[in-house]
Design a protein around this ligand. Structure first.
Ligand code: NOJ
Ligand code: MG
Length: 592
């Protein structure tokens, strides 16, 4: 209607066939109530960057506790906190020197208990990030292993040198295995006169899962946190847990990226160090331990695993089977891996379709567009503001878990970090010429709360990473108080829709036209529904919705639009569904 005032180049869109999506549930049957972990938005907190309470420029647990209102305002029901265990911070917490204590920079076990009970009071679940593959080289276990003390002798993966380099006199590593961060995965230990394996930095020696004592020690740590009342775990880097015991060289990958060097991890096919069958045996035991706690009180303890395996078929194995459940879900990185700059609606449609086609019967999907290891969604694509809202809508409204990385709700962007300010080992390790290709610092800068000094994150003169300079405009307070639409306001509307039966139990129909310009999906339950329409190209698009989607009424109410939506369309107005106009790179949600 409002659209009629505009002269629009009408594109005759030929929509592809319905993407053949399986319904998450048959909406005609009595749906089963969702479990807490299926329903709640999971918000990833990067503790160094959330809120600093003591002015040292690094976020901490008391800081997180002081910002709980934000979770309630977003409708977040679960927080996943990146590692907060004692750590020398060689990989910013993913190098743990005590699995059952808190890093002093973050607080104490006491501050952990305070945070945990404050979250419980608000009915927000707490998910710990657990790192079973390696410890820190400063863990007492490693020291005892160097000294070959009792059961610790082979707690880590030790190997003799292959020989001695005749020119340098240096010991030669046992094989060609590379660290994920570049360079040999082996470091020589003078004292023990052997190499130890580290698939990440040298300060992260790999635990030896061939030794059953290691599994016991690690599961004892898991139990410690379960007894502290946590609701579950995000389990780090699980495909790295086991190594083939022949310790043979890995072959060069014929499909390696053209920029990969022989010292890069991406140069090889990781047939001896990645995704070996033992991984599933270990995770099944981990899951069994969680299930024991679930059985005791009926509240599900959950396991979400990080497994960056090369195909969706391999990833789906991480769900396990009804006889041997593994993860509640493996993280779905498809929007990151397969939706690249220059993407179109068909790419999005393929990701959605393939996930539902390949996911085993009875399992639950999950969606995310960023984390602490990947560039922020707002920066990966065009700077257009609408993209942020579109991706938040995909993540929050498709059937399944929604995982939000801090700052996505306000459209935070990657920061430009100079070589001098670079601290991430993935960047430091490759040097000043290539650090920008590998460093994860740009997506880890502190959260923007307001336009005060350091965006209200810290009173320190210098924060651990520089602040993104756009914080005076892009921050929680500004977006909350703005008289205009904002990413935060859109996010709140999306979050509210998750509380409806349409979101919980609704059917899913998804469509992408053959020309790739659009993507859309509808959710319908008991005659009520909503439809999300995304325009991913630079031209205005007009859609006759009932011609493309099934069961769409003639009129619908505008529920939400992306920030700066064109042509101007007020939320709450009723429009004809046969002529929905969407400006370049914008999105709209209609309710009926
Ligand atoms: C995956 C984590 O997400 C990443 O941040 C970390 O560097 C590695 N695992 C090693 O623990
Ligand atoms: Mg601090």
């Amino acid at each position: 209607m409002a659209a009629a005032r505009f002269i629009i180049p009408f594109l005759a869109l030929v929509f592809g066939l319905a993407l053949g999506i399986k319904l998450p549930q048959n909406p005609d049957e009595n749906p089963e109530p969702l479990k807490w972990w299926q329903q709640e938005i999971i918000y990833q907190v990067y503790p160094r960057s959330h809120q600093d309470s003591d002015g040292d420029g690094v976020g901490d647990l008391a800081g997180i506790q002081s910002r709980l209102d934000h979770f309630d305002e977003l409708g977040v029901g679960a927080v996943w906190i990146s590692p907060i265990y004692k750590s020398p911070m060689k990989d910013f917490g993913y190098d743990i020197s005590n699995f059952t204590d808190i890093e002093p920079q973050f607080g104490t076990l006491e501050s952990f208990k305070n945070l945990s009970s404050a979250l419980k009071e608000r009915n927000i679940k707490l998910i710990m990030d657990f790192v079973p593959n390696h410890s820190s080289d400063e863990h007492p276990w490693f020291n005892m292993s160097i000294n070959r003390e009792g059961i610790y002798d082979d707690f880590y993966v030790w190997k003799d040198p292959k020989g001695i380099n005749s020119t340098t006199g240096e010991p030669i590593p046992p094989n060609n295995w590379m660290s994920v961060f570049g360079g040999s995965a082996w470091t020589f230990n003078e004292q023990r006169q052997q190499f130890y394996l580290h698939q990440f930095v040298a300060g992260q020696p790999d635990l030896n899962y061939e030794n059953p004592e290691v599994t016991k020690a690690i599961l004892a740590a898991v139990k410690f946190w379960l007894d502290m009342g946590v609701d579950g775990f995000r389990v780090d880097a699980v495909p790295h847990l086991f190594e083939n015991q022949t310790f043979a060289d890995e072959p060069v990958d014929p499909n390696r990226p053209p920029t990969a060097l022989p010292t890069d991890w991406a140069y090889y096919q990781h047939i001896y160090t990645y995704n070996l069958p033992g991984v599933f045996d270990f995770l099944a035991r981990f899951r069994e331990l969680l299930d024991i706690y679930t059985w005791a009180d009926g509240i599900e303890r959950v396991m979400f695993v990080e497994a960056g395996v090369p195909t969706l078929d391999l990833l789906m194995e991480y769900y396990g089977t009804p006889e041997r459940p593994i993860a509640h879900f493996p993280f779905n990185f498809e929007f990151i891996n397969r939706v690249k700059s220059g993407f179109n609606g068909t790419n999005i449609g393929d990701v959605v379709d393939e996930w539902f086609t390949k996911m085993p019967e009875g399992q639950w999907a999950n969606w995310l567009v960023g984390n602490h290891d990947n560039g922020r969604v707002g920066s990966r694509f065009s700077p257009s503001a609408g993209i942020v809202d579109a991706f938040n809508a995909l993540v929050l409204l498709l059937p399944g878990n929604a995982v939000t990385y801090y700052g996505e709700e306000i459209g935070m962007q990657n920061a430009n970090i100079s070589w001098e300010d670079t601290v991430d080992p993935a960047g430091c390790q490759v040097g000043p010429d290539r650090y920008q290709q590998f460093s994860r610092d740009p997506e880890r800068t502190p959260m923007h709360w307001n336009d005060d000094q350091n965006a209200g994150f810290s009173t320190a003169n210098k924060t651990w990473l520089p602040m993104h300079p756009d914080y005076p405009e892009v921050n929680v307070e500004a977006q909350k108080n703005s008289t205009e639409n904002s990413h935060l306001k859109v996010y709140q509307l999306l979050s509210a829709l998750r509380q409806t039966d349409v979101w919980r139990y609704g059917s899913l129909e998804s469509q992408a036209p053959e020309n790739g310009s659009l993507f859309g999906f509808s959710r319908i339950y008991n005659g009520k529904g909503f439809i999300c329409l995304f325009n991913f190209v630079d031209e205005i698009q007009t859609i006759n919705v009932p011609q493309v989607f099934e069961n769409i009424p003639q009129n619908a109410t505008v529920y939400s639009t992306s920030v700066g939506f064109q042509p101007e369309t007020a939320v709450g107005t009723t429009i004809g569904t046969d002529n929905v106009v969407i400006g370049a790179r914008h999105s709209i949600i209609l309710e009926f």
